[in-house]
Design a protein around this ligand. Structure first.
Ligand code: G1P
Length: 293
């Protein structure tokens, strides 16, 4: 079954990103010239996923506004003949993009956030993209499209992973592949998946990077998932239950990820995306060389 919906949990307060995220959502902080969440929506669109379900919060209206038409701004740009800018503005929300928002009133964890999307997603398979993480693509087809393709083949949940430093495994969901060495762009059956294990108990250093393709039946499992790590309802725990029932697979990304939820990860993303920017890239690299001295 084709995956056409993506759930973006954006209700979190973004305390790791204060003071920047005091009055604007952390997802609206810009990397070069676009808010982080726009890159993530573009990633979904590139994988053929057009329906975005934002799981959001009262303080985050700017995200919905960003993907809505701003008629006054468009009319003014048209009046001034600023066609290039008008095009940029319209590309934020191309005609095929459909954005719906549901509220997560209380912050009870990622699993709870995803469960809030159930009335919109229904029984369909869907993707989950955590907007803290930017995924840089490598190769012709986006990693997310390959995951959706594999889901269509195997019917099994897909979880994107990448190796991290062992000192950092306690910050992630970590998968156990029973000793199978997973190459980039490949998938393997998961034997176990644990949320934020202490280093000594981590089954591997393959961490979940915030991209999932899940069957609709995950919602039933989420409904009966008890609070886990950090006292929160964890998506990882529901995926572990899914794995017990019929299997779930890990997919090792070919590109790389940037954790824009942390200040240093955000700075690195700015360097990477700034250097590759079609208009600013060359000048920006000049600046980098100057500041490196
Ligand atoms: C969440 C997930 C975790 C995953 C991580 C990726 O944790 O619960 O399994 O590895 O995102 O960024 P969070 O970073 O929200 O604590």
């Amino acid at each position: 079954m084709k995956v056409s919906k993506a759930v973006l949990p954006v209700a979190g307060l973004g305390t790791r990103f204060l003071p920047a995220s005091k009055a604007i959502p952390k997802e609206m902080v810009t990397v070069v010239d676009k808010p982080v969440v726009q890159y993530v929506v573009e990633e979904a669109l590139a994988a053929g996923i057009n329906e975005i379900v934002l799981v959001t919060h009262a303080s985050k209206k700017a995200i919905e506004d960003h993907f809505d038409v701003n008629y006054e701004l468009e009319a003014e740009l048209a009046r001034r003949g600023k066609d290039a800018l008008l095009k940029v503005l319209r590309e934020i929300a191309p005609p095929e993009l459909k954005v719906t928002a549901v509220r997560q009133g209380r912050a009870l964890g990622l699993g709870h956030a995803v469960a809030c999307a159930r009335p919109v997603v229904g029984d369909e398979p869907f993707a989950v993209l955590l907007p803290d993480v930017l995924v840089e693509q490598a190769g012709e087809q986006p990693d997310l499209a390959l995951m959706a393709g594999r889901f269509a083949e195997s019917g099994q949940a897909q979880v994107m992973v990448e190796p991290v430093q062992w000192e950092q495994v306690h910050q992630y969901g970590v998968v156990d592949l029973g000793g199978v060495e997973l190459k980039q762009g490949k998938h393997a059956a998961m034997q176990q998946v644990v949320e934020k294990p202490p280093r000594a108990e981590a089954p591997s250093n393959l961490a979940i990077v915030g991209r999932y393709v899940l069957p609709g039946r995950i919602f039933e499992l989420l409904a009966s998932t008890a609070p886990g790590a950090g006292g929160e309802i964890q998506l990882t725990d529901a995926i572990a239950a899914l794995m017990q029932q019929g299997g779930a697979e890990a997919y090792r990304m070919r590109g790389r990820s940037y954790d824009c939820g942390s200040k240093l990860g955000y700075l690195e993303a700015t360097l990477a995306y700034g250097s590759r920017h079609p208009e600013l890239g060359d000048d920006f690299k000049g600046l980098l060389a100057r500041y490196a001295q």
